[in-house]
Design a protein around this ligand. Structure first.
Ligand SMILES: Nc1ncnc2c1ncn2[C@@H]1O[C@H](COP(=O)(O)OP(=O)(O)OP(=O)(O)O)[C@@H](O)[C@H]1O
Length: 268
C-alpha cells in the first residue's frame, strides 16, 4: 500500500501534535513539542535521539503511561487521551506489552509466575498451551522454576519478553530493552522482538541509544528537542550512527553559546 490513504488505514498507532510540558511557568520544560507520527501494523520502529530529546517521554505518552499536555494518541483509530484511567489500565493490560532496560521482574516469583502475572492481574486464567508456547519461543523451557536471581541478564530479558507477549498484545514497547546486555545477548533479544513482529502479531516500538539495535528495525525515528527531526527506512548501523552525529551537532548549534541543554529546554 503506497497511497497516503492506504498507509493511514494500515496504521495501528498515531501520535497527533503531542505536547508534553513538565513543571510550570519559569520551570516548565517542553519534553515533547508537537510530535506527529504514525506506526503501521507489523512494523518494528526504533526511536533515537540525543540525551534529553524526549525519547522516554515519547514512549510514556505513546503508551498513555503519562498523559500528554495536549494532542492525541490514537490506537486503532480510538483516541486514548479521551479515555478514563480505568479504561486505559484495562487497555494497557490487554493490548500493550512493555519491556524495560532493567527487566522489572518480581524477584520472589519463578519464571512461569512472572510470565503469567499480567494475565492474573487482568483477571484472565492463564491458557497453559499459550503460556508454554511463549516460554518455548523465548527459549526458557528449561528455566521454568528458576527465580530471576538465578538467571543471566539475557535470560531475565527473555522472561520480560515472554511476560510482555503472553497477553498477545498488538503493541510492544521497549525502553532500551538491550541497554543492560552484552552485544551477543542484545542480538538475541532483538531477534526475539523481530520475530514477534515478523510472526504477524505485534507492532514494536523501542527506544534505544544503540545504532546496531536500531539497525534491526524497519524504520528509525529521530527526536531532537521534543520534535521528530528525521526518519530512516531500514538503515544500516553506520547510517544510524552518522545521523546521530549530525543530530547531536545540530542540537548543539541550536543553543546559544554558554547555555546548558537544560536551560535551553526551559520555556515560558
Ligand atoms: N518528570 C519530569 N519532570 C521534569 N522534567 C522532566 C521530567 N521527565 C523528563 N523531563 C525533562 O524532559 C526532557 C526530555 O526527557 P526524556 O527523559 O524524555 O529524554 P530522553 O531522550 O529519554 O533522555 P535520555 O536519553 O537521557 O534518557 C528533558 O529535558 C528532561 O529533563
Amino acid at each position: 500500500m503506497h497511497s497516503a490513504q492506504g498507509r493511514a488505514a494500515d496504521e495501528l498507532l498515531r501520535l497527533q501534535d503531542v505536547h508534553k510540558v513538565y513543571g510550570r511557568s519559569r520551570n516548565a520544560v517542553a519534553a515533547l513539542a508537537g510530535v506527529s507520527v504514525g506506526f503501521r501494523r507489523h512494523t518494528f520502529t526504533a526511536v533515537m535521539g540525543p540525551s534529553g530529546s524526549g525519547k522516554s517521554t515519547f514512549l510514556h505518552c505513546a503508551a498513555l503511561l503519562d498523559r500528554p499536555t495536549s494532542g492525541s494518541v490514537f490506537l486503532e483509530g480510538q483516541d486514548l487521551t479521551a479515555m478514563n484511567e480505568r479504561a486505559l489500565t484495562k487497555l494497557r493490560r490487554n493490548r500493550i506489552g512493555f519491556v524495560f532496560q532493567n527487566f522489572n521482574l518480581l524477584p520472589a516469583l519463578n519464571v512461569v509466575d512472572n510470565v503469567t502475572l499480567p494475565l492474573r492481574l487482568a483477571g484472565r486464567r492463564p491458557d497453559r498451551r499459550l503460556v508454554n508456547e511463549v516460554i518455548e519461543r523465548t527459549g526458557l523451557a528449561s528455566r521454568r522454576k528458576h527465580r530471576p536471581g538465578e538467571l543471566s541478564g539475557g535470560q531475565q530479558q527473555r522472561v520480560a519478553i515472554a511476560r510482555a507477549l503472553v497477553t498477545r498484545p498488538v503493541l510492544l514497547f521497549g525502553d532500551e530493552p538491550t541497554g543492560a546486555l552484552d552485544t551477543q545477548t542484545a542480538l538475541e533479544i532483538l531477534g526475539l522482538l523481530r520475530e514477534a513482529v515478523d510472526g504477524g502479531e505485534q507492532t514494536a516500538v523501542i527506544v534505544t541509544h544503540d545504532p546496531v539495535a536500531a539497525s534491526h528495525a524497519d524504520r528509525v525515528v529521530f527526536l531532537v528537542d521534543g520534535q521528530v527531526s528525521a526518519e530512516l527506512e531500514r538503515p544500516s548501523a553506520e547510517q544510524v550512527a552518522t545521523q546521530m552525529t549530525r543530530l547531536g551537532a545540530w542540537a548543539r548549534t541550536q543553543r546559544p553559546a554558554g547555555v546548558t541543554p537544560t536551560d535551553a529546554e526551559r520555556v515560558g
